[in-house]
Design a protein around this ligand. Sequence first.
Ligand SMILES: CC(C)(COP(=O)(O)OP(=O)(O)OC[C@H]1O[C@@H](n2cnc3c(N)ncnc32)[C@H](O)[C@@H]1OP(=O)(O)O)[C@@H](O)C(=O)NCCC(=O)NCCS
Length: 218
Amino acid sequence: MKKYYGIVGAGGHGRETMHIARVSLAASLSAEEAELFFVIEGDVEAQRVNGIPVISIDTFLSLPGERFFNVAIGSSKVRERISDICELRRACAFSITAANSMIFDTGNVGVGSIMSPFTMVTANTKIGKHFHANMYSYVAHDCIIGDFVTFAPGVKCNGNVIIEDHAYIGAGAVIKQGTYSQPRIIGRGAVVGMGAVVTKDVAANETVVGNPARPISK
Ligand SMILES: CC(C)(COP(=O)(O)OP(=O)(O)OC[C@H]1O[C@@H](n2cnc3c(N)ncnc32)[C@H](O)[C@@H]1OP(=O)(O)O)[C@@H](O)C(=O)NCCC(=O)NCCS
């Protein structure tokens, strides 16, 4: 049965992700076995983006073969909503991993992830579903990361850190390591601004910026 792969989102991250998906699928499946699409919500305005066909989410979910999806959209809430729609229509999430991304054998990354070029997940880590690690980000030993977490480019997440569902870590942020008995905790839905140096726990839904990171002044 033919396999159809849909990258949901044709924005900046979607187009970056498409390159990685195209290269990795071409290495394992022939054009007869698998077809790759950009999938978008709403009206399809362009037939192709960067040479790849664009179809609506409804068209994709109505295709007659096996359907695999990955949501390349930065907003974690949108990612969750779209993945729920796809799963309801019996499509399966697939992960996209750049050839030079390194996941250690005791690193565990959930389904639907995007591991961009030069990313790394090291020993005894556990990461939930639909994780995005943008280029040059790392997750060090003993970290536990929830579902729908987003790392912008260049995030340095050091050892023994817990990051709860839907947190967003901005470009170039550095998170100080915790310890086994006292892990550092970034709460559910928290936002860490670009360039922040996080030395303390961050409460759920709180936004922090600066060095050392402090809650943003309203
Ligand atoms: C932290 C962040 C989410 C705040 O966004 P926001 O709520 O729209 O905040 P604003 O841009 O209105 O800024 C509010 C204040 O915080 C300051 N600020 C914003 N982001 C900051 C940051 N990362 N570091 C230090 N100060 C920051 C602004 O200068 C502004 O200060 P002012 O009130 O004195 O003028 C955002 O700036 C950010 O860092 N996002 C991550 C961007 C990123 O990593 N992109 C990668 C794309 S792949």
